[in-house]
Write a protein that binds this ligand. Structure first.
Ligand SMILES: Nc1ncnc2c1ncn2[C@@H]1O[C@H](COP(=O)(O)OP(=O)(O)OP(=O)(O)O)[C@@H](O)[C@H]1O
Ligand SMILES: [Mg+2]
Length: 743
């Protein structure tokens, strides 16, 4: 095998055969390449059997990529070599020896839905109200405990003195017992049970320790406690552990990833050889410089020097649109120009964003331009559950005969209506030719439907009919608002307090923006036309399933990948970095690392964009540029914004010392204006009745709801819309509520 295609340090790292090895390096320096070449080298030049080699990555996509890369070096990877995710490797181990810890080898794996169903059964047994403690909350807590390797027993020991934890501990015990009864494991158990297997069965552990002489881990910076422990077990005997990672790319703290794992590798494995790669092969120099100018603002990091012998390349395109639609138009227009002028294919372009809901404006523009696209690691906007549900409601309002929509949403949210009830109505329906919805007024003629289900059905009927009555007089947005209110859907998701639920809320608000855009451009904005237009869009979706397409994904999903042209979009305060980062310096550092990951995906061209106004939380509001934009080296940005979109406004005052980097505030040639003078919408609005001044972005403390962030101030200067940490968005009268500013 030809190792001359590697640079000196890379080759040295590849050539060491035994002992613990850590390769740390910035993005695009060839870490993954070194890892695959090392494996090929072991097999080709050192006669190591593939069956003695294991390589672990974080996603299936990355695992497949790794197999392909090794395959291209030494021929197809056989199943004797274990290349996979942590989970897939654990399943393989457990299938063989689960009986040693009291499971059969046919144990089942519970996915999120199964987990919820099981939790529900526990709730029933323990009399827990899922309105007070949403299933999702317990699910999240159990997962967090497991990622920290806390079994119910350990968790109990740690929290025994905390009376508030009593309920949860009981639940956790029961949940775990029920899993066992069902011979089931949830995803997190796969890790924990493997560790348990090793702990309790020295012979099993020895078998794997002897079998896997060489163990490799990519993206080591994102391992959590349980994953770390598993690796420690497997590698303890031979100590031939080869890990690669980059502390600057650690972006999974919220899933328990512990950046210390990489920092403390030398302590965990004394005598470890450390290699630092410094040459980046992926990106043009300007892109790399930009990435560095951002990441240097993270305190507590080991400085790395990353260089490239590539030329500077073009400057980084900077665009500030009037709103998110304008931003999307710019991006799609650029892609068109690139394709017209150079030999690019659609999949050379990646649009990276912070939150899923942002994909919508880009999807719309791509569809308008008949360009194929793919949403990686997620669903296209109109395929997302909450959007499909809301569309189904609206379809029923227009068309009571739509049984498909009826079935989709009759029990969404829960109305105690199950499959049996629907079958009974269907039996009735076959005699009457009424639709399912139209059958509801005839419930008295249908036997065997319980009182609870009857009540649910009638309420559903009244909801739809109530909206139908307004069909010819109300705006679509009014119908939509009323629908949301009656379903209480936002509150239900808010109660879940999970990242997933937050994303759904974002999407629901984003859909309101879709409706408002429709109302603006159509002459008689009615629901029928709106639905017709939307169904055309979803149809188009289906045609576009081809190989090639512009790639859309969140920053998290882009880890480890590379693309010729990257658009990093939505660089706005409270979006990226997210609102959560405002009060939490650690969170802000994690967001900054995410920004670093995003920038370093680009090979040839990079564009950074944001909007001056955005529809978010269901409101059209002025936005501040992201602090990350200010941190970027301004001398390598090229302003591509329209003249009238040239910036200059008053940036919000720094609230935390490191919130805006010192660099950025000093920067002379900033696109983002000096910290003097106020303009336009960002002018603070004084509250009439209080001396305190409230404005979008002000932080407040409410006696009951706790800390929150003002999202907007009503025209009277008194009605505030506030996003509270504890309970989501609320409207509060500043003169009447027990509220004060905190700075
Ligand atoms: N010595 C080299 N010569 C030429 N190209 C190289 C060399 N080393 C790496 N590359 C190329 O540079 C790009 C980045 O490599 P790779 O993906 O392995 O980097 P990485 O450090 O794993 O990046 P990330 O931190 O983003 O995961 C790849 O296209 C790879 O083929
Ligand atoms: Mg990599």
């Amino acid at each position: 095998m030809d190792l001359s295609i590697l640079n000196d340090v890379q080759r040295k790292a590849v050539e060491v055969v035994d002992g613990p090895i850590l390769v740390v390096a910035g993005a695009g320096s060839g870490k993954t390449r070194v890892l695959t070449h090392r494996i090929a080298n072991l097999i080709e030049n050192h006669d190591i059997f593939p069956s003695g080699i294991m390589a672990i990555t974080f996603t299936n996509k990355a695992a497949n990529e790794m197999k392909t890369r090794i395959g291209s070096l030494i021929g197809p990877v056989t199943s004797q070599m274990w290349v996979g995710t942590f989970h897939s490797i654990c399943v393989r181990i457990l299938r063989r020896d689960a009986d040693r810890i009291g499971y059969t080898s046919d144990f089942v794996i519970y996915d999120t839905q199964d987990q919820k169903a099981l939790l529900k059964a526990c709730y029933k047994e323990l009399n827990i109200d899922d309105k007070q403690t949403p299933l999702k909350t317990s699910q999240f807590k159990i997962s967090a405990a497991k990622n920290d390797m806390l079994t119910p027993e350990l968790y109990d020991m740690q929290n025994a003195s905390d009376y508030r934890e009593k309920g949860f501990i009981k639940l956790y015990y029961l949940y775990q017992a029920k899993l066992k009864q069902n011979q089931a494991m949830d995803f997190d158990d796969l890790m924990l049970k493997t560790i348990e297997l090793f702990k309790q069965n020295q012979d099993v552990l020895s078998y794997y320790q002897n079998k896997f002489k060489y163990i490799h881990v990519d993206e080591y910076q994102d391992t959590n406690r349980a994953q770390y422990t598993l690796i420690q077990y497997l590698a303890a005997k031979n100590r031939n552990l080869f890990v690669v990672g980059d502390a600057d790319q650690s972006i999974y703290k919220w899933r328990g990833a512990d950046i210390r794992n990489i920092r403390e590798f030398e302590e965990d494995f004394p005598g470890a050889q450390i290699f630092k790669l410094e040459q980046n092969y992926r990106s043009k120099k300007n892109i790399l410089d930009l990435a560095n100018s951002v990441i240097v603002n993270n305190p507590n990091r080991r400085d790395k020097s990353l260089w490239t012998d590539q030329d500077s390349g073009e400057k980084i395109g900077y665009f500030r649109g009037y709103d998110e639609k304008d931003e999307a138009k710019f991006v799609i227009e650029r892609i068109r120009t690139f394709i017209r002028e150079k030999e690019y294919k659609l999949s050379d372009f990646a649009i990276l964003y912070r939150t899923n809901a942002q994909s919508r404006s880009f999807e719309d523009q791509l569809m308008l331009n008949a360009m194929a696209y793919k949403v990686i690691g997620g669903l296209k906007f109109y395929e997302r559950k909450e959007i499909k549900d809301l569309l189904a409601y609206m379809k029923l309002v227009v068309n009571p005969n739509d049984d498909v929509s009826f079935i989709r949403v009759i029990n969404e949210p829960k109305r105690s209506i199950g499959g049996k009830t629907i079958e009974k109505i269907q039996a009735f329906q076959s005699k009457t030719e009424l639709s399912l919805l139209e059958s509801i007024p005839h419930l008295s003629q249908i036997e065997g439907i319980g009182a609870k289900a009857q009540k649910g059905l009638v309420e559903f009927y009244e909801l739809i009919m109530g909206l139908k009555a307004k069909l010819d007089t109300a705006f679509v947005s009014q119908i939509y608002d009323e629908l949301l209110e009656k379903l209480n859907i936002i509150s239900l998701y808010e109660l879940e307090r999970s990242i997933e639920a937050d994303a759904r809320i974002d999407n629901i608000y984003e859909f309101k923006t879709v409706i408002e855009e429709f109302e603006k451009r159509s002459e008689s904005p009615n629901l029928r036309d709106f639905l017709a237009e939307t169904s055309l869009r979803s149809d188009q979706d289906n045609i576009e399933e081809q190989e090639d397409g512009v790639l859309l994904m969140t920053l998290h999903a882009s880890k480890g990948l590379e693309f010729p042209v990257v658009f990093l979009v939505g660089l706005e305060d409270n979006l990226f970095p997210s609102f959560r980062a405002m009060d939490d310096p650690e969170e802000l550092e994690e967001e900054r690392r995410l920004c670093y990951v995003g920038i370093t995906r680009a090979e040839e061209r990079l564009f950074v964009t944001h909007a001056r106004n955005r529809n978010q939380y269901g409101r059209f509001e002025p936005r501040h540029p992201s602090p990350f934009l200010r941190e970027m080296d301004q001398s390598i940005l090229e302003n591509l914004s329209d003249q009238n979109e040239m910036p200059s406004f008053d940036p919000p005052k720094p609230k935390k010392e490191n919130y805006f980097s010192k660099n950025a505030l000093k920067s002379k040639q900033s696109f983002f204006g000096k910290a003097s003078g106020t303009q336009g919408n960002t002018t603070p609005v004084a509250s009439a009745s209080q001396s305190a001044t409230y404005f979008a972005g002000a932080k407040v403390n409410h006696k009951v709801f706790g800390m929150g962030l003002v999202i907007s101030v009503g025209a009277d200067g008194e009605m505030l819309t506030i996003a509270f940490d504890s309970c989501g968005i609320k409207k509060i009268h500043s003169g009447l509520a027990p509220i004060r500013r905190v700075d």
